[in-house]
Design a protein around this ligand. Sequence first.
Ligand code: DLL
Length: 437
Amino acid sequence: METLAPDAKEELQLNRIKDTIQNVYENVSFYRKKFNENNITPDDIQSLTDVQKLPFTVKKDLRANYPFGLFARPINQIRRMHASSGTSGKPTVVGFSENDLNVWAEIVARAIRACGGEPGGVLHNAYGYGLFTGGLGIHYGSERLGMATVPVSGGNTERQITLIEDFKPTVITGTPTYVLNIVDKMEKMGKDPRKTSLKYGIFGAEAWSEELRNNLEERLDIKAMDIYGLSEVMGPGVAIECKEAQDGLHIADDHFYVEVINPETLKPVPEGEEGELVFTSLTKEALPIIRYRTGDVASITREPCKCGRTSIRMSRVKGRIDDMLIIRGVNVFPSEIESVLLSIEELAPHYKLIISQDGALEKLLLKVEMDEQMYEVIGQNLEDVKVKHLSEKISRKLKSSCLVTINTQIEPPGMIPRTEGKAIRIVREKKTSSVAN
Ligand code: DLL
């Protein structure tokens, strides 16, 4: 399936899309109503371009149909549910049939294999277990591949280090920022992270930069690959980098049909151009999803990959449209700021962006940690002239790479809160009083 000729793949996609449309038309009143409103019946979908006739689905639709309104199967055919944390409103619930779980495990097994995992090896899984799809999604894929899977989940970093030393995994999975915490901790404990048995990392669930990849690869002496996914579409495994090229993520396009649209006009953008990723599931039974607007910004390419896989590839996700900052008319994603910060040796890869409202005006403050070594060099004195020079260097680099000026505050090491899962890069503050101008 991974090396199927593109024509054959498209034929397969069309057949599967037709089945999916039939499934939602018959079993989900939300879609039937929407199709009727748009004068569409399943017979109208005769080619892949016809997919563009279908209405989009957005997160709001999942919330409005909470909990099971979009399920195409009754509860007695559901074998697992996952849900978002619901911090920004009602949670979204997703359901999987037995077959869906099987397909998901298969897709993730394929993904881990593409990243260097092998039957017989050990995989240390530091993605959170529970309602989040990361932990269990990777877990069953790893077992399916035939790997001894360590379900350590996030947190308890010292124990993670002991387990890595004792169980000798070759693969580690987790959010890039949490794995960064593990590496920091190892170094603090006087251990050399390059000396572990680890060879490959499979990192995702949050936007991360090429510079963070370099940092993790260098400090852990591994190859680090990017894994993408979202619970509404499945979970981890929707797309995966291969260890051979590390150049774009192979979309599991036998199971997901991808489009890239301009989020304002909602029209497709030319191939290779950035836009919002939109996915239609092709094989899901319990929660088929039609033209789901992910809010994630990336581009796609059909150029062949040197690994031999024929699937469409997507670029690294730059970020979520909601997280894009507009600074005096210039659009910047936190991942672009991250690239700049990580290119500055005196800084640690820990930062956050604080947005506060000052009347009608939005203010932005970047807080970034200084590297431990630099902190010692300045005798832990933040008033040292070297800190001022560092601040100027950050401003200069941000200006030349991102074309923006951002107020920056340099923090001592350890001041930015660490997380066990996805990092919180953007903090929106209600009050303005605590924010420096
Ligand atoms: O984060 C699924 C996942 C788990 C993916 C483990 C990879 C590894 P959600 O919690 O529903 O699902 O969050 C989905 O996270 O829309 C993106 O904005 C972001 N995201 C996921 N993977 C990446 C990635 C999981 N590799 C949301 N790069 C998505 C950038 C990512 N952003």
